[in-house]
Design a protein around this ligand. Structure first.
Ligand SMILES: [Zn+2]
Length: 495
């Protein structure tokens, strides 16, 4: 995720995007959500906590846990099973703002289950079946509790289908993040779900530690376009004034990266120089940006595949909606830009996330620097590649500001109440630069490629990155990572 609005530190210095003046130049009227923020914080202690993982939530007997085990987001996700696939059949009418859905979730039990939860925010559930048999269910806040008609045994695969409808309500002010999730717009919907807004439009195990593949079948009034992840299957079919779009994401995806952005869009498809299919769509008011978005997206995706390793998905793309969110989100295969035409460095950030965040997903939110530190460092690498400035100069400019609030915020432990802090972005990127200086380019870039290769489509932790960096470099790097990621003060200068 990136914001287009600069933030201000207590000392009055622009933070977060000082070097990338182009990003700051974008005028955004609306209040921004998910803005990297800076604020003096109490030092947080780094606890040795195991990452969340499917089925890892504490269970009671045969009751699946209501959380997946993320220490900072205890209600997110669920325990007792591992989702393999979501089949989402959705119909949305912008005039009534009503969404009707039938979600079939294929999962594998990680314990014996007589009851398990899904995450769902609002909406009315009319029917639940498990393996075709009627199941009872109840609601408690954002938990949908399901009792299948029979006990599910540990290791069994099962399919749960939920029929539901209603007017989706986005998440508001959860974890100081503004508005996110399913946001209705004049002509459709702007759907960006980080960190836990997927539950605003489909029942899910809404945590990045349980990734799954997706099929989408989305029906909207004729004349509108519905955009989801992956590739379109067949051509959209129109019948009775409604058009149905079928999309398929065949690679594992975290729930917060799923989208069903809908509206009046100009669409263009193409192929990158390396042969990767590209799909871009822009709201009518951004039609002048369509060609540039297509060209830059192909060019930057191709370039990153030479730096980070093979592109992990089957297509690339981007969407510019006219909803003035003021931020961009790295929706898998199709980053979305909320109400602005992105400069190349923002596209570079969001496309870098296809490796760091989308292919390699964090297992708990406090490791968010593995997404945002890498994507911010990618902006510096892009600037270096295009001759604007070097990563080293960016690092030194940030380092020179001894009073920056990011020194009080250890980015290796992103805080639930200030998750998208500028420290996670900038100090996270600086961590990578300090590492690069310490081990040299001839070890640093092979390390990055080894990282994306070893954990492709999986979940990752900071400790795994540190271990790999030590293995690739042959150096003890614990002191470097401790100073840059875990101490609430400015590290010693690098050489
Ligand atoms: Zn980002």
């Amino acid at each position: 995720m990136t914001t287009t609005t600069p933030t201000t530190t207590p000392t009055g210095v622009r933070a977060g995007r000082r070097v990338s003046a182009l990003i700051c130049a974008v005028a955004v009227g609306a209040a921004t959500a998910c803005t990297p923020s800076e604020g003096a914080v109490a030092p947080s202690q780094v606890a040795a906590v195991a990452p969340a993982s499917p089925g890892a939530g504490a269970s009671k007997g045969t009751t699946g846990a209501p959380g997946i085990g993320d220490p900072d987001f205890p209600g997110d996700g669920n325990g007792g099973y591992d989702v393999q696939h979501y089949d989402l059949r959705l119909s949305y009418d912008p005039s009534s703002r009503k969404l009707a859905g039938s979600a079939t979730i294929e999962a594998k039990a990680a314990q014996d289950l007589t009851s398990f939860d899904l995450d769902l925010h609002g909406l009315t559930v009319s029917r639940v079946t498990v393996d075709g048999g009627a199941a009872s269910f109840s609601r408690s806040q954002d938990e949908l509790v399901i009792q299948p008609g029979r006990r599910i045994s540990n290791g069994d695969r099962f399919a749960v289908t939920i029929d539901y409808s209603g007017v989706p309500e986005p998440m508001r002010d959860s974890a100081n993040l503004g508005e996110y999730g399913f946001i209705s717009t004049a002509d459709g919907a702007f759907v960006t779900c980080e960190p836990n807004g997927a539950k605003t439009w489909f029942p899910s195990n809404d945590h990045p530690s349980d990734k799954a593949t997706y099929d989408f079948q989305i029906t909207v009034p004729e004349g509108l376009t519905a955009i989801a992840n992956g590739e379109m299957a067949g051509t959209p079919q129109t019948k009775g004034g409604k058009t149905t779009f079928v999309w398929r994401e065949k690679h594992p995806m975290a729930s917060y990266l799923a989208t069903m952005t809908t509206g009046k869009f100009q669409v263009r498809t193409g192929t990158s120089d390396k042969g990767l299919p590209i799909y871009v769509a822009v709201a009518d008011s951004f039609r002048g940006s369509l060609d540039q978005l297509l060209t830059q997206t192909g060019k930057i995706t191709d370039y990153w595949s030479t730096v980070f390793g093979p592109y992990p998905f089957s297509s690339t793309g981007g969407v510019i909606d006219d909803y003035a969110a003021g931020y961009a989100l790295e929706n898998q295969t199709k980053p979305i830009y909320g109400g602005f035409s992105p400069e190349p460095d923002i596209i570079a950030h969001e496309l870098a996330h296809q490796w760091f965040g989308d292919s390699l997903s964090i297992g708990r939110w406090r490791d968010l620097w593995l997404n945002e530190g890498f994507a911010t460092y990618a902006e510096w690498l892009w600037a270096e590649h295009t001759g604007q400035y070097t990563a080293d100069s960016a690092f030194r400019r940030y380092y020179a500001n001894a009073g920056d609030a990011m020194w009080a915020y250890p980015p290796g432990a992103a805080r639930a109440d200030d998750l998208f802090s500028a420290a996670v972005y900038t100090r996270g990127a600086m961590t990578l630069h300090a590492l690069r200086r310490e081990i040299g380019d001839d070890k640093f870039f092979p390390l990055i490629r080894a990282w994306t290769d070893a954990h492709r489509y999986g979940n990752v932790t900071t400790q795994e990155f540190i271990a790999l960096a030590e293995r690739v470099s042959g150096k003890n790097l614990k002191g470097l990572f401790d100073a840059w990621l875990f101490q609430p003060k400015r590290p010693a200068p690098i050489t």
